[in-house]
Design a protein around this ligand. Structure first.
Ligand code: ALA
Length: 421
């Protein structure tokens, strides 16, 4: 197992055509997997295979191709159900991604349960996609958004519980911080909320590629993730909802595929979930590709995936810590989730990102769509290394070597305190 895990990166690289790309004369070292992962041939083939052999609209045709496409779409739903250990395929709604799922919940579920004077609780480490939908909802409803400060550590269940007063109607928490890789104790947080009858929405965008997610073991009421961060196509995503809650949601968008029948002089009769929440023609190819990504992860297996992840995170923390002026933020090795964020004292994160790019290394630098979290840490931004199954220790060595030749660039000189280009 150890050997498999250590060699995983080198072995699976062949599965990813884009990794043979050169950047500025260097082999691409792609370390921005928290933004999006690259896609293995199995996923590319599933998408093109769908278009080449089954493309047609689903649920709308009484002909062979349409029935075949419908079958593939529903098979993808069943794959997502198994992936999350959901109780029923009807608990799986396909979305464009995490952001779409969270907005859907804010405009349907939360719209029903949050009223004037109520509160919604989020952690201090939320990505904008698990912050702004709740903020907008609270503004619209005359409710209050309560942000539980976390620092770099996981959210503390006791402090979380203390924030859950009688006005709180909903909690929305990230499973894994997209900035630092901090892993929240979701089960404990959910238990604290459920003891007070408060439902919990979990942003799983950064978790699903790095650890098995069992929504029933977590107790999450809703769990959203993006396919493109777990080797699936862009535009694929899942909103899981516990059946009792999901089945009561009104349509989010209305249109084709959501109704049993429409007559001008009668109330509209909507179909049950999940179709009620999937108005219009869905991205069937994306769902099929996502199912292929789930199979791909399943073939490698979580023990090897997790070990590989842990080895890379621990190696990065050790190796980058050797470089002058480099600080690792938080404690990503405590419970590795594929992310290591650093700052280089005296150098703007964008200069670091640009310098690494000139060495063929792709990282994200800046605030990572979480400026409020960076504010709470008194940081202008970070440089984030985020790993996937194809990354290797040699690529981390390349980051270290490149950082040793880093000099302050134009951002550091001309706009040292500016965050946004
Ligand atoms: N949410 C993605 C990230 O953290 C885009 O980079």
């Amino acid at each position: 197992m150890t050997q498999t895990a250590q060699r995983l990166g080198a072995v699976v690289r062949e599965d990813f055509p884009i990794l043979s790309t050169e950047v500025h004369g260097y082999p691409l070292a792609y370390l921005d997997n928290a933004a999006t992962t690259q896609k293995p041939r199995a996923v590319l083939d599933a998408v093109t295979g769908y278009y080449a052999t089954a493309n047609s609209n689903i649920g709308r045709g009484h002909y062979r191709l349409s029935l075949a496409a419908t079958d593939r779409y529903e098979a993808a739903r069943a794959a997502a159900q198994r992936f999350l250990n959901a109780a029923h395929p009807d608990e799986i709604v396909f979305t464009r991604g995490t952001t779409a799922g969270l907005n859907l919940l804010a405009e349907t579920f939360a719209d029903q349960v949050v009223g004037p004077g109520d509160q919604v609780v989020v952690t201090g480490m939320e990505h904008n996609s698990n912050l702004l939908p709740w903020r907008r909802l609270c503004e619209r409803k005359g409710a209050e958004l309560v942000v539980l400060p976390t620092g770099t550590a996981p959210a503390d269940p006791a402090r979380f519980a203390a924030a859950l007063n009688g006005r709180v109607r909903l909690a929305a928490i990230t499973h894994v911080s997209n900035v630092l890789g901090t892993v929240n104790p979701v089960r404990d947080l959910v238990d604290a909320a459920h003891q007070r009858g408060i439902p919990v929405v979990v942003d799983g965008a950064q978790a699903v590629a790095h650890r098995p997610v069992d929504v029933r073991a977590l107790g999450a009421d809703f769990y959203c993730f993006s396919g493109h961060k777990m080797y699936g196509p862009m535009g694929s995503g899942v909103l899981y909802g516990r059946r009792e809650l999901l089945s009561g949601l009104p349509p989010y968008e209305v249109g084709g595929g959501t109704v049993k029948g429409v007559a001008h002089d009668e109330p509209v009769r909507y179909v049950p979930v999940p179709a009620r929440l999937e108005a219009g023609t869905p991205d069937v190819a994306a769902a099929v590709g996502l199912a292929a990504a789930m199979s791909y992860l399943g073939e490698i297996g979580w023990p090897a995936l997790r070990q590989h992840d842990a080895e890379l995170v621990r190696y990065a923390v050790a190796v980058l810590g050797e470089v002058d002026r480099v600080r690792v933020i938080g404690d990503p090795a405590a419970d590795p989730a594929g992310i290591v964020s650093i700052v280089v004292d005296g150098v703007h994160p964008y200069d670091v990102g640009g310098h690494l790019d000139r060495h063929g290394i792709a990282v994200r630098s800046g605030v990572h769509c979480a400026s409020t979290f960076l504010d709470s840490l008194n940081l202008l931004g970070t440089v984030r290394l985020s790993f996937a199954v194809y990354n290797t220790e040699a690529e981390i060595d390349r980051v270290r070597d490149a950082l040793r030749t880093l000099r302050p660039g134009e951002w550091t000189r001309d706009r040292p305190g500016v965050r946004f280009a």
